[in-house]
Design a protein around this ligand. Structure first.
Ligand SMILES: Nc1nc2c(c(=O)[nH]1)N[C@H]1C(S)=C(S)[C@@H](COP(=O)(O)O)O[C@H]1N2
Ligand SMILES: [Mo]
Length: 322
């Protein structure tokens, strides 16, 4: 029997009530004879203002702000962007900040693999000696129709591509993120295709907007937001921005991402933001700003069309927006 998997975050934002969470969990467990489970109390966190983030010390990470990337909106309060997270390795709801404090981030290294001049593994601290950190304020748009505006500290993904020296035939980057059974309870949910994978084209990766973030709000990035290093791709739906990356592989095969593997009809490869292309189960016309809960119109390419739209000129037959 076919079990339709329905992760919690695939529920339209407006309907994310504790009941919807229960229904979603039942749907995931699915099938005749499945035991109905009660939603754990923490599924109701959002009714009571959040779980509160326990402190894993974060180091100051000062870097000059590049005024070219100013977000165009007030910053989301740090307490909101660091307590309302999607990080399925730590759980299916938004209140994973406590659980994520178990993420082991020191030491950390990045494997550079596939079609490159010299496959190798670089310690994160050595990588950071070879790049120049800067701060950029970017808008982030989750496919669930919430959004935030965050000052990220990091460096252009193009700098990593350059260090990696891709071979002539490489056309895609495939990112693998940490899958640590000792600390990530979500990995026991075997209906998910762990590890979390994401992929983009080499042309997208070398676009000036593509960013690898190691900090947020002037400090090292919080674990729940993807410490110690995550992608930040502001014109795409948030699920493309993989957290806690351990491997970057250069390839000539289009990678299949985690959510695409679960439900390709809803979460495709390109996943560029477009208000006119609804998710099969909800509208993308508006978005809810974390913190204020204000509803604002969604912008095509999340407002970054000047920089990225031309990447897609020759690709009109592709499903670019879902
Ligand atoms: N490894 C990993 N990366 C991930 C996710 C995840 O579950 N696991 N969720 C994605 C989704 S759906 C979004 S919207 C963003 C959320 O980032 P934030 O928690 O910092 O807002 O991370 C993305 N990266
Ligand atoms: Mo998302």
């Amino acid at each position: 029997m076919l079990i339709k998997r329905r992760p919690g975050w695939t529920i339209p934002e407006q309907r994310v009530t504790p009941e919807a969470v229960v229904l979603a969990r039942r749907a995931m467990l699915g099938g005749a004879g499945a035991v109905a489970v009660a939603a754990p109390a923490r599924a109701q966190w959002h009714l009571f203002g959040g779980a509160g983030t326990p402190a894993t010390p974060r180091q100051p990470l000062a870097a000059p702000r590049d005024a070219k990337y100013d977000g165009g909106r007030p910053l989301t309060p740090e307490k909101d962007s660091t307590t309302y997270n999607n990080y399925y390795e730590f759980g299916d709801d938004k209140s994973i900040a406590d659980a994520a404090q178990a993420l082991p981030i020191d030491p950390w290294s990045l494997e550079i693999a596939g079609m490159v001049a010299r496959p190798r593994t670089i310690a994160l601290e050595d990588l950071l000696k070879q790049v120049t950190l800067e701060e950029r304020v970017y808008r982030h748009r989750c496919v669930e129709a919430w959004a935030m505006t965050v000052p990220w500290t990091g460096f252009p993904l193009a700098d990593l591509v350059k260090l990696a020296e891709p071979a002539a035939g490489a056309t895609y980057l495939r990112f693998t993120t940490l899958a640590d059974h000792k600390t990530m309870p979500g990995l026991t949910h075997s209906w998910y295709p762990w590890p979390y994978i994401e992929g983009i084209t080499l042309a997208e990766a070398t676009n000036e907007l593509s960013f690898l973030s190691v900090g947020m709000y002037g400090k090292t990035i919080p674990k729940q937001d993807g410490a110690p290093i995550r992608l930040t791709l502001p014109w795409k739906y948030g699920f493309k921005s993989a957290k806690s990356i351990v491997k970057v592989e250069f390839t000539d095969k289009r990678p299949v991402g985690f959510w695409q593997q679960l439900q390709d009809s809803e979460y495709g490869f390109w996943a560029n933001v477009n208000p006119a292309v609804p998710h099969p189960r909800w509208s993308q016309a508006q978005e809810r700003l974390l913190g204020s809960d204000e509803m604002v119109p969604t912008q095509i390419w999340n407002g970054y069309g000047d920089t990225v739209a031309s990447l897609y000129d020759g690709l009109k037959n592709e499903r670019l927006f879902a």
